[in-house]
Design a binder for this molecule. Sequence first.
Ligand SMILES: [Fe+2]
Length: 192
Amino acid sequence: MTYTAKEYAGLIGMEGFSETLLKNHFTLYQGYVTNTNKVLETLDQMLKEGKTATPEFAELKRRLGWEFNGMRLHEFYFENLGGKEPLNPGGSLASKRAADFGGVDGWEKDFRGVGAMRGIGWAVLYQDSTNGRLINFWVNEHDTAHPAGCTPILIMDVFEHAFMLDYGLKRADYIEAFFKNVNWKAAEARLK
Ligand SMILES: [Fe+2]
């Protein structure tokens, strides 16, 4: 079973995101889908050929986490963009955020702080499935520091390719644009 790249052309026209930046980003995402398929196919072949004890197998297995998460995180990211309405203040996400971050503003301050961290990666609001707690995480590149057993609720790409074309080094301006376009209904629907 292979993965197929999803279509996100409907996001073109979002305030604060140029068409060129978005189209480049979609192309980059499609590369992760292609490579995820390639890596899975090659690993499958190596299994059939009895090569699981080889260093090539080990390195490719490591690579799989990077390519697969590169694919999946972009899907979560694009799917939580394109929104036009603010978060429902009476909904479960708003009340959980306020409860877990010491008030209404705490979550956003924390999430923006994560997004502004130096380095390439992702700011992710996760929900711990064991107790429902919301925690903002920094995911390095695509594959380091995902919390086990947690559900991603809101994802923000902070690799340079997500903003440099439009904002240069002004990552804070990109974060501002991201917040103007969050699809809160999509994010809230991920909450358990
Ligand atoms: Fe990206």
